[in-house]
Design a protein around this ligand. Structure first.
Ligand code: NDP
Ligand code: MG
Length: 397
């Protein structure tokens, strides 16, 4: 019997070369590897060397690079291995079309939406790290999972915590969801101090080791903003039931408050493998070698109210939640565009929120999307408008 009683399962890892993807492959090994899991597809983008190594080590059937220009280098790296190779958007859809029972959605950004949606429609259980799927496509994404017949299991540590603390038969008694936020590297900084920060400074997260996009998002608190919208769709709660509390140690991963005043929390070391393992083996719990909490050493856990003046992303998320419709897609696309401009040093750290707010104000008039094409259209329009704003701002500086 496998560790924790796991049955053999066919699975795919989208974004296997990233931070979530590497942790997922590590968890798969820890939980039993090839003996218990058959890896169908692995996908990456720029890092074809690592993708080829992972595909060989895991015995994957198909390796896909999202970058069509890297097809040949991946093909060369896997020649003679018997592993099929594909590339570009059609390659990602090929990966999504395999009969996986479980898919880790670990691609960063809206690039993950189409393949994850396709895998959901095919009925795979979706382990969702790629929060952008829910922020942009919300109800449509949730409906696709339901229609496919698979389960949607959150991997984001906060949402995994809530998922673990929220018992289905107690849903009627749920009062509020309390998302914890580390506060990131600029938790105690003034706006003046944040004004000139570089990408290298902003990406240095105090507790978690993660990909670039989410690390910058933690510094600006746009990551928490996306997570507020993610929580709405995952747990079907009203905007005023979603609270954020800054908890610098990142030990309490989030909490659920019930109508009798009880609060249930999930705690653990800041290590994504716990949430990934839970999503992989749900409803069982796997044996994992992650660090155990030593409460005597921890000694204390701190909390602070979030500051929406210094971190306007949190205010923008509230606005998006209240407006509903396509505002999540608009906010997400504008933020991705502003993030890229910051990384390319075209705008400053604080200008990211200005750009997102300007685009949201220009695109308030959307009713809820009825199909995914409307989501992609709003996404494209928000990117275009964000691009215009960025050009204006960078022309001034
Ligand atoms: P990384 O940047 O580390 O990895 C992203 C993955 O997506 C890589 O495999 C990358 O390939 C691939 N990728 C990049 N661009 C594209 C594209 N255009 N098309 C297809 N694939 C692409 O990100 P993370 O692992 O940190 O984050 C992944 C997702 O998980 C994000 O949505 C993030 O918000 C979420 N998440 C991450 C956490 C973490 O601890 N890292 C925690 C909670 C949520 P390559 O590297 O080969 O270029
Ligand atoms: Mg998170």
């Amino acid at each position: 019997m496998a560790s924790g009683g796991i049955e053999p399962r066919k699975l795919s890892v989208f974004g296997s070369t990233g931070s979530i993807g590497k942790n997922t492959l590590d968890v798969i090994e820890q939980v039993g590897g090839r003996e218990f899991f058959e890896v169908l597809a692995l996908t990456g983008n720029s890092n074809t060397e690592l993708l080829a190594e992972q595909a060989k080590a895991s015995g994957a059937k198909l390796a896909v690079t999202a970058d069509a220009d890297r097809y040949q280098s991946l093909k060369d790296a896997l020649s003679g291995s018997g592993i099929a190779v594909a590339a570009g958007e059609s390659g990602l859809m090929e990966a999504a079309d395999l009969d996986a029972e479980w898919v880790m959605a670990g691609i960063v950004g809206t690039a993950g939406l189409a393949p994850t949606l396709a895998a959901a429609r095919k009925g795979a259980d979706i382990a969702l790290a790629n929060k952008e799927c829910l922020v942009s496509a919300g109800e449509i994404f949730v409906q696709a999972v339901h229609a496919g017949g698979g389960r949607l299991i959150p991997v984001d540590s906060e949402h995994s915590a809530i998922f673990q603390a929220l018992e289905e038969d107690q849903r009627h008694a749920l009062e509020r969801i309390i998302l914890t936020a580390s506060g990131g590297p600029f938790r105690t900084w003034t706006r003046e101090e944040m004004a000139g920060v570089t990408v290298e400074v902003a990406r240095a997260h105090p507790n978690w080791s993660m990909g670039l996009k989410i690390s910058i998002g933690s510094a600006s608190m746009f990551n928490k903003a996306l997570e507020m919208i993610e929580a709405k769709h995952l747990f079907d709660v009203e905007p005023d039931q979603i609270e954020v509390i800054v908890h610098p140690q990142s030990i309490i991963h989030s909490m659920v408050g019930y109508r009798d005043g009880s609060v249930l929390a999930q705690l653990g070391a800041p290590d994504m493998r716990t949430a990934i393992g839970y999503a992989l083996t749900y409803p069982l719990r796997p044996n994992l070698t992650v660090e155990r909490l030593d409460f005597a050493k921890l000694a204390r856990l701190d909390f602070e109210a979030p500051d929406t003046e210094r971190f306007p992303a949190l205010r923008l998320a509230r606005t998006a939640l209240e407006r509903g419709g396509l505002q999540g897609a608009v906010m997400n696309a504008a933020e991705e565009t502003a993030f890229s401009a910051f990384v390319e040093e075209r705008i400053t750290f604080l200008q990211m929120a200005d750009i997102v707010e300007a685009v949201m104000e220009k695109m308030t008039g959307h009713s809820p999307a009825t199909n995914i094409e409307e989501v992609f259209a709003a996404d494209a329009e928000a990117r275009r408008k964000a691009g215009e704003q960025i050009s204006k701002v960078s022309a001034r500086t």
